[in-house]
Design a protein around this ligand. Structure first.
Ligand SMILES: Cc1cc2nc3c(=O)[nH]c(=O)nc-3n(C[C@H](O)[C@H](O)[C@H](O)COP(=O)(O)O)c2cc1C
Length: 179
């Protein structure tokens, strides 16, 4: 898929997935796209766990569903972990770091013809949820679970969010100008 088409095609899919497996080769492309994202002071604070084990996926899907996630089970996913390592002094960039990694992965997922959804709010809204996922994935204490991206072939065309027009959010040269 052409890059700009891919950027415009990405959207949050919350519908059902086909059972078509996601080969490890594609999982690796997606994870490597995440790891290739920039990080503040090159601290590389983001880590990623690729998941294609059905039992683990069911456990995570049940947790996020309990928190209100409307989607269904995908045949694969990635869990995103962060470490609170300062860039310098007491300045932390780990949120920006994992956000860049997530967007890279969402674009890779879209480019490969899969659908996904950035699930963060419904994980970080409760420390208990983060802990439950950390326990399932055997994550050491120095990492924080911040998000999960389901990966799979969508059963249907999901609902697209509406975006404000270009002229309300972006300008040339000075605020409010189209020139
Ligand atoms: C930081 C962040 C957290 C998000 N958390 C969730 C979430 O927990 N559950 C969910 O269904 N969508 C979540 N989303 C997806 C947004 O709701 C979605 O990106 C937004 O509504 C725009 O729709 P689009 O992604 O289809 O363009 C999150 C997005 C971001 C950037």
């Amino acid at each position: 898929m052409e890059f700009f088409e891919c950027v415009q095609n990405r959207y949050s899919y919350r519908g059902a997935y086909k059972s078509t497996p996601v080969p490890r080769e594609n999982m690796e492309k997606i994870i490597k796209a995440g790891l290739a994202a920039p990080s503040g002071c090159n601290t590389q604070t983001t880590s990623i766990i690729g998941i294609d084990d059905k039992q683990i996926l069911v456990s995570i899907a049940n947790i996020v569903k309990k928190n209100g996630f409307k989607g269904t089970l995908a045949p694969a996913g990635v869990c995103i972990l962060t470490q609170e390592i300062p860039g310098y002094a007491d300045v932390y960039f780990n949120v920006q770091d994992y956000s860049a990694a997530i967007e890279n992965m969402l674009l890779a997922i879209t480019a490969l013809g899969y659908a996904s959804c950035w699930i963060e709010g419904q994980i970080t809204e409760s420390e208990e949820t983060q802990k439950q996922i950390a326990d399932i994935l055997k994550i050491p204490k120095n990492y924080i679970v911040i998000g999960f991206l389901p990966i799979g072939v969508p059963e249907s065309e999901g609902k697209r969010a509406s975006y404000k027009p270009f002229s309300e959010r972006a300008w040339y040269n000075v605020y409010g100008s189209s020139e």
